[in-house]
Design a protein around this ligand. Sequence first.
Ligand code: PMP
Length: 410
Amino acid sequence: MRSFAGAGVGCAPVHAVSGTGAWITTTSGTRLVDFIHGWGSIIAGHAHPAVTTAIATQAQLGTGFGLTNELEVRLAVALAQRTGLPMSRAVNSGTEATMTAIRLARGHTGRELLLKFAGCYHGHSDALLVAAGSGGLTFGNPSSAGVPVATATTTLVLPYNDTEALRDCLQQHGNQLAAVILEPIAGNMNLVVPTQEFIDEIAAGCMHHGAVLISDEVMTGLRATPGLTIRDRFGVEPDLACLGKVIGGGLPVAAVVGSSEIMNKLAPVGPVYQAGTLAGNPVCLAAGLATLELLDAAAYSQLEHSAATLCATLTETAAAAEVTLCAQHVGGMAGYYFCAELPTTLAAVEQTDVTAFEQFHQAMLAAGVLLPPSRFEACFVGLAHDAEALAHSRAGMEQAFAQLAAPSGR
Ligand code: PMP
């Protein structure tokens, strides 16, 4: 996706050569306000001086030793404080974090079956590249070439936000489940907010059947809310959570966090194998820790305000041009949809107007604003999206919606 931003929406791929704050500069010298922001891995803005200084300072001290270092301990302390879960293991990507969490859940429970939800993305390990089979409640099929069918059949896939389907599944398979994994706010099918009832049912089901509740907060963690979104927003305590993106400040850092009971099952203390040559790399951790220092209460208020402004501007400018659109945000994540009501399911997102989305994306790019190039991706708002960047975006929207309204009167 990264290098093809633009290609899926009828635009030439966008290639960035540099970025400062909310803006990126492309190979052709065009400056764009960036709402992709490293797919959410940038929260302080591109090339934030505190982050680049921390990287440079650490690089001069050595780029990696493969030994436990002080920064790793500082990250573990910071994550415990922010997530309320006492133990963590640093890895290099969200994919590794979810893969490790699943192995840990299987090792902990001695069970193999995993439950995930269609439209949630958890990285590209085999067990998670699985789509729903045909029929309501079936074992999964590979969603990518190269994924063994035998692996896919250990994963059940249900619709997101469908409490009834969930209840049926738990009744049938609950006591075989090693884990239930979910995005507590889905950010990989645009932005979809689940109901409290759905999250409560997952929590109760996991508790009742002894399955591990894994909250995949690679996107939401420390962005949608200051800590774990499943707790901050829904009041539910996960057994394990996966973090990534924000905690690396744009460099590859991710983590599994969890209770001591489960985390102590990880090697070398426990029997569940996990390792990584570059895990806990000090240069990456320096970037992550410098970013976390910027994320205080005022920063979260600012993110909230900027994302709310973005969404209000989208709906106002669309309405002024008589274009049907709605938008919502959760902390520093935002979604907009070419339909009348906020979608609550993947099926509803699939029904949004794809032609309008593509035309709007193209017009915004021409007006100097880079939005995610798919209606199944959330927008990312950061601390650098200041009044100037938001005003520039507003001007782009006015222009883009006027173009959209003109030919078809959408
Ligand atoms: N989980 C979620 C919720 C994600 O959004 C992503 C990536 N977008 C991943 C896991 C995988 O992370 P990575 O790309 O760092 O492997």
